[in-house]
Design a protein around this ligand. Sequence first.
Ligand code: NAD
Length: 490
Amino acid sequence: MQYESASKGDDVDLRKAGMGRARFEDGFFNLIAGDRSSAGNVLEVIDPTTGTTIATVPDIDQTTLNAAVKAAREAFPSWCATSVQNRKHILEACLNRIREHGEELLPLLTAELGRPLSTSRWELDAFTEAYAPALISISIGDEKTHSETLGEVTKRFVPLGVVCAISPWNAPVLLAYLKVFTALLTGNTVVLKPSPFAPLTVCRIADRIKDLIPKGVFNVITGGDALGPWMTAHPGFDKVTFTGSTETGKRVLQSASSTLKRVTLELGGNDPAIVLPDAEPEEIAASLFWSMFMLNGHACISLKRLFVPEALYPRMVAALKRYAAGVKTGDGFDPESDLGPVQNRLQFARLKAVWDEIKESGTQLVYQGTVPDQGLFFPVTILDNPQEDLPFVTKEVFGPIRSIFRYSDLDDAIKRANATPYGLGASVWGKNAEQLHFVADRLDAGTVWINQHANLIGDYPFSGHKQSGLGAEFGIEGLKAYCNVRVIAG
Ligand code: NAD
């Protein structure tokens, strides 16, 4: 992804230069039936580093939602008849167009998320160079068998129709456009609603690629709290694909049931990791730190509860503290920043409430970093062996607060790691391959990593066990979730 940032030594205001390249003057629009669309009402989007409003997006009403659904319905028959090869060519052209716009998209993503440019680059590259190509490379062909009773039997995977895609703010481009690409690849048309907290880059990308996709096949709409529920209840959708909190996911499932829409839910997580007695804390501290604090802790699959053997605990704590002390939280346009602010005021208020609970509980800290005075900044915070029934341990903490626990018995650690309603990711760290696999097989999560965490690619299904989700995205399983199966026999 192209973006030449000025360096700290250059005599320029890096923030001003970055904001200038984001092309705010071009505006932010919805995309309906292939055209730019605005609304009388607007939503303000803030820059979390300064707290100032940086742009507005349309706040649409139900009539406009109906227009978007109608456009997607009308576009469906011809799009679904388009060959898979053609659809793949169109999606590849979209990826190239996104790559060409790195100069504006990278700073725009940093402006609305507050996070470092390096993190924005990671997200856009992850989409254009890893996840999307992996998805595009998968094909769902017919599956043919012979049956004594039925004769030739063909299993064919046919598109569902119109997909309602709802995405969160924490990795807004990746999580929104993976849904869009999966829907389009499988022959569905789609209406996407990004989070009102971070809609700018998603809308800008739609605007830049709109001429490459037939009108109505891909639509983007934005709105306030009422829009999501209108969408999930709308009879014009055949499927809802939702990524967000477990709480909202339950509401989505209930609402979608009114017309029996197919539903995929990617929800919250409270991922555990177990360090084995043969691990070397100093060797794994950096990886563990970034597994915990990736995206400033705004990641469903970040490591949230770290279990460490009693004997290694002092070394693990010392190694994590040493590493954390070198990590800087600050303005995302400053190349020296490793982490940025909390992305929105609601999430910031939630973290402040969690912090009050922590203080009230008397929990000790392993480490707390420092942050700038202005803006929605919250410091990197590591809790020292907190009581495991406290709400800031049992619930998902979506921000830079993480817990580290002692254990003396491995079976007990596995039990404690699994003692959660969530089951998104988990990991185990150590040297003995047999023991690593023994533990990995006992962790109840959709993805279990060995000596790594939160490392995903688009080739394998990503799914949450328990209350972390329903169904899967990515991989062949993810693609099939956007299809009905039709059996043709005889
Ligand atoms: P959220 O649930 O508040 O919102 C997600 C999206 O749903 C937003 O677009 C929002 O506007 C919309 N929405 C809100 N209420 C709705 C309703 N009643 N009906 C339909 N749509 C509604 O989540 P968030 O704060 O944006 O994101 C953070 C959460 O997302 C965390 O819990 C995180 O773990 C989870 N998440 C999960 C994954 C995953 O793949 N499993 C990935 C990223 C984030």
